[in-house]
Design a protein around this ligand. Structure first.
Ligand code: GAL
Length: 416
């Protein structure tokens, strides 16, 4: 209602109306973990869009990439009977909150706007629960990317690595030149992001499906899985000594500044490069983790609306704004992700964004669009966390590869 009035009235009248108490009541509290430079810039697109419609934005940022800390805060707020109006959520966390009956149905907006026709089925599996829309997908990110410093590659005469052996050869050259080859952050979700790219590269999409999505015991305990851990241990030797506890965006900054050669990270890393004024192709390169071209391990940010005491009108406005094609372009060109709708033109996206859009369409068509384990799109939090524990313990040298395989099998079994 307020949205419509603001849209049809001229500036001064709209401002006068916004100052009235009825209008001021339209506010929305948004819990999210978009606190890095690139993330904050992207979020601002949404904030400004809402504010133009007379909805006050109450920001509730909880720092911590991947959202683990945000999920703890959310749980506390819900337990205290005071949930935020809107919350950034991923994958199985959405389903879990829907199961608990905490989420506002978005059917009213989704059905009217025909979301079902334009949002990829792989996302709808999480945006809907029991036949009802309960989440508005903002974007599609994916995790099997490499972000490389172009000047480092040029200086050392390196080409984009296509295979595991190419990758190792490139990392060796960087090491010999005194550059930290891999910029790595030190948090379980970041180690899991690297690990799942290696798993996909080593075993291929069918193995990924069996091990990460079906939790097939043979796949989890296989020789291929041992090779995955061996390869991750090899990559660990190219990481500097200070990685422990490092935030992902500080690792990206190492690549931006040419202190490191590459980072294995989702395409939110591109938001940091862009924020630093860097251009794809000139200053940095984006390519799929060697051996994974054709498959996309996706991670889509979605906003859910918690049931509360106030009117649901601002929640519906937010949901509708998020799915508007204009927002999808304005936000995702800054964030590094690609649109959550299949009917949005890629024209305004840079080369990495256009590659992301093409890769996503191809992966969806060939059944190779697979949920990221590291970001809660393959398994619920309990199993994801059990996997994290093993991956991190191995990354930190507590387990050798054979032990890690055994621990993985039993940790998953216990968490089921
Ligand atoms: C992911 C999220 C991304 C991102 C990243 C780092 O979980 O989906 O949007 O920005 O964490 O914070």
């Amino acid at each position: 209602m307020a949205f419509r009035i603001a849209k049809t009235l001229g500036g001064a009248a709209a401002i006068a109306l916004m100052a009235s108490s009825a209008f001021a009541a339209e506010k929305i509290e948004v819990l999210h973990w978009w606190t890095s430079g690139g993330e904050a810039k992207a979020l601002n697109v949404l904030k400004q869009m809402l504010e133009k419609q007379g909805i006050t934005w109450e920001d509730m940022p909880v720092a911590g990439g991947g959202g683990e800390q945000a999920m703890t805060v959310l749980r506390a707020r819900v337990t205290a009977g005071n949930p935020p109006t809107a919350v950034q959520l991923l994958g199985f966390d959405i389903t879990d909150w829907a199961k608990q009956g905490q989420l506002t149905s978005l059917d009213e907006v989704a059905n009217k706007e025909g979301w079902g026709k334009v949002i990829p089925a792989a996302l709808q599996n999480f945006s809907k629960y029991d036949g009802h829309w309960i989440a508005a997908p903002v974007n599609v990110h994916s995790t099997n990317w490499v972000w490389a410093n172009k000047a480092v590659f040029d200086k050392l005469g390196l080409k984009q690595p296509e295979t595991w052996d190419d990758l190792i050869a490139a990392l060796d050259k960087m090491k010999a030149a005194g550059i930290t080859p891999i910029a790595q952050g030190g948090q379980p979700w970041q180690e899991a992001t690297l690990w799942e790219a290696v798993l996909l590269s080593t075993g291929g999409p069918d193995f990924y499906k069996k091990a990460m999505i079906d939790l097939d015991k043979d796949a989890l305990g296989s020789d291929t899985m041992k090779t995955v851990f061996d390869r991750v241990a090899k990559l660990r030797t190219y990481v500097d000594d200070n990685f422990s506890g490092r935030d992902w965006n500080l690792a990206t900054a190492m690549v931006i500044e040419g202190k490191a050669g590459v980072q294995f990270m989702g395409d939110w890393a591109k938001g940091e490069f862009l924020g630093a004024g860097k251009k794809p192709g000139d200053d940095f390169m984006c390519f799929r983790f060697p051996g994974t071209q054709g498959t996309v391990t996706f991670n889509a940010d979605q906003f859910v609306m918690f049931k509360g005491k106030g009117s649901t009108a601002p929640q519906m406005t937010l949901a509708s704004d998020i799915e508007s094609p204009e927002f999808q372009v304005a936000f995702n060109t800054v964030k590094g992700s690609v649109p959550a709708r299949t009917d949005v033109s890629g024209e305004k996206f840079d080369a990495c964004g256009q590659k992301g859009i093409k890769d996503l369409a191809e992966a969806a068509a060939s059944n190779h669009l697979l949920g990221s384990m590291a970001h809660g799109y393959a398994q619920p939090a309990s199993i994801k966390n059990a996997m994290y524990d093993v991956i991190t313990a191995h990354f930190n040298g507590e387990y050798d590869s054979a032990t890690a395989v055994k621990e993985l099998v039993s940790a998953v079994e216990d968490a089921k």
